[in-house]
Design a binder for this molecule. Sequence first.
Ligand code: RM4
Ligand code: MN
Ligand code: MN
Length: 395
Amino acid sequence: MTANNSSELVAQALDRFRIEVPSWGFANTGTRFGKFIQNAAAASIDEKFADAAQVHRLTGASPTVALHVLWDLPGGLADVPKIQRLEAQHGVKSGSINPNLFQDQDYKFGSLANPSPEIRSRALAHLLDSVAIGRALGSPDVSVWLADGSNYPGTQSMSKRIAWVEEALAIAHAALGEEQRILVEYKPYEPYFYHTDIADWGMALELARRAGPRAKVLVDTGHHLQGTNIEQIVAWLLHLDRLGGFHFNDRKYSDDDLTLGSIDPYQLFRIFHEILSVAPDAAQGVAFMIDQSHNMKGKMEAMVQSVVTAQELFAKASLVDRDRLAELQNSCSLVEAEECFRDAFWQDVRPLVRAWRESRNLPCEPLKALAESGYVEKISREREHKNRGAIASYA
Ligand code: RM4
Ligand code: MN
Ligand code: MN
């Protein structure tokens, strides 16, 4: 591949690469045992929008911010005008709408899969509110993560719960506006440890199929058992036209929510390659989102680092010589094929990415630009007082 060709490919790839940031990635979060409070953490939706906008200004790649309904729109639909004001003020739009079907006391034994019909209909009402909020904000995706499950064998009817979730998702699908989709996320365990109602991509896929054509699967890269071949799941979902999007983060052990690419950058490269090899614009209908919890790192620094890493890995994947790779795969030239694949991965794309940033009037080094901007110091000063009063204790 010639140098010119590479820089063109990278520029084309980065011009269309967008990755959504989560509002909760700017807020104080913690472990199961306590929160570590940061002075710069965002405590209000205004602050979350301000932070998301700053990440977008630095990277040029994150024009939308995912919202969790009860954290960001506690007033439900009535909060939509406020969110619209923030969109206009900060120049970033609302992204996926995430119902909170996990924190309410009522949901101890489940939300959409709770044995109580009253609690199930409360959960469904919240899901339908989320659909209405998404429609009012013009944001296409309602992203459903069900924490539902049980801790001990025999204590719940797994089969009844399948039917309850199936029914609720079908009702929510019927309420979708024309541009809307439902994304069904899965996770093998946590917060429950014996059974989870939507535990893997097979369950999510089947529930999505039964809900309707605009229900798709959401792959959170942290939500797999060790050794799972995630890119193969991606290939299947693309083949079936059921890949809705991703929650990117990295992990060493389980749902660690570490910075994407920090543990295994090759993993994300392989996922991007799978998407790019289906069709040049296959990434179009696939929502790329970050779902991370920065407990140790500064929130802003970690988010900028994540977006930049995603841009670099997407750029690398755009450099795979797919015509040549196809020939080598067909002739089963194993080592040559693997080397062709790895050539792109090992290429240092940072100079090309930097050139692209310059040509688009973006800071060449977003992390350095963040440090020089004084933004983190400023928000630390402004928010310190509020954050000092935040509750950190676990018990
Ligand atoms: C879950 C899951 C969801 C996210 C919450 C905050 O583990 O990944 O996508 O909404 O965390
Ligand atoms: Mn997630
Ligand atoms: Mn998660």
